[in-house]
Design a binder for this molecule. Structure first.
Ligand SMILES: C[S@@+](CC[C@H](N)C(=O)[O-])C[C@H]1O[C@@H](n2cnc3c(N)ncnc32)[C@H](O)[C@@H]1O
Length: 291
């Protein structure tokens, strides 16, 4: 997962650069780790209001392709992502699979979608990076049909997800330039606060908002742990620029810090997330009053 840069341009740069490349390189591992979340979204689509699906921040397309497989000829799934690198990977996977899924490279916050053209809008960890979340979710509301459903998973707080910050806590004494995470800034933990999610959705045209904590066991093979911790997140980014000696020390120290999660050949941790559901509010209805 990734960090909390300050501007949307910075997000686009990050995901078109080092973070996008790392996600593509580790795509198979990441799809395995996050498969339980993919399954929840595929299930939501299969029970959902219709077969026109948009996958926001689709990355290398794992969830988009799984949804397209589920829908078959009954529907279509389109993935949108701001990263050329990720979309190129998604398109080549789609070609290999011969799927009906298609992909758009664009900023979901501002992209001109055909109005009312989706029955369900989903995302697996792809909606926490907007510069202006209200504008982004209003844009997605506009893309949704009447009664369209929104379903996404997002991380709860860093404190509830210690696995995700193990590397930076262990490496901090050796890497003084490691950036600190910023509360509510675009990034992995931007939606840690459920009330904030509720306010954003209420202000952007969504109703019947339901935000539930889910705690999901995630796994990866132990042999994939070093690639994971040396390429992803703030530590992964800094390690690309550090000298060999520091790099070796950091890897030793960080790998040891992950020991509590290693069970023989498997790494296991709990992903503490929100499952968010909402329905498109009718255009004439006002937002829910707050307070
Ligand atoms: C944590 S990754 C998740 C990728 C994918 N959903 C998955 O689960 O494998 C976040 C994704 O959101 C994308 N993203 C960030 N800001 C975006 C924006 N404004 N519009 C569209 N995609 C965006 C990134 O490029 C990245 O692929």
């Amino acid at each position: 997962m990734d960090v909390t840069p300050q501007t949307d341009n910075e997000q686009a740069t990050l995901w078109n650069g080092v973070a996008g490349r790392a996600w593509v390189e580790l795509q198979e591992s990441l799809d395995q780790i996050f498969k339980p979340f993919e399954d929840l979204l595929v299930e939501a689509v299969s029970l959902g209001p219709g077969g026109r699906v948009l996958d926001v921040g689709c990355g290398a397309g794992g969830t988009t392709l799984a949804v397209a497989r589920e829908l078959g000829a009954k529907g279509r799934c389109i993935g949108i992502d701001i990263s050329d690198t990720m979309i190129a990977a998604a398109r080549s996977r789609a070609k290999r699979e011969g799927t009906t899924a298609t992909f758009i490279c664009g900023n979901a916050q501002a992209h001109t979608f055909e109005p009312a053209s989706f029955d369900i809008i989903i995302s697996r960890f792809g909606v926490m990076f907007f510069e202006d979340s209200i504008r982004a979710f209003a844009n997605l509301r506009h893309a949704g049909a009447e009664n369209a459903e929104l379903r996404f998973v997002a991380w709860r707080s860093a404190a509830e997800n210690p696995f995700m910050t193990t590397a930076e806590r262990a490496a901090a004494p050796l890497l003084p330039n490691l950036p600190a995470r910023q509360t509510d800034a675009p990034g992995q933990f931007a939606f840690a606060n459920g009330d904030r999610i509720h306010n954003i959705l209420n202000e952007s045209g969504w109703a019947d908002i339901d935000i539930r904590p889910i705690d999901i066991t995630c796994t990866l093979p132990e042999k994939e742990l070093i690639p994971y911790l040396t390429r992803l997140g703030p530590v992964g980014r800094i390690l690309r620029e550090t000298d060999d000696r520091t790099r070796t020390h950091v890897i030793q120290r960080v790998r040891a810090a992950f020991d509590p999660y290693v069970h023989g050949a498997e790494v296991r941790f709990t992903g503490a997330c929100w499952m968010v559901r909402a329905q498109a509010r009718s255009v004439s209805a006002p937002p829910e009053s707050v307070g």
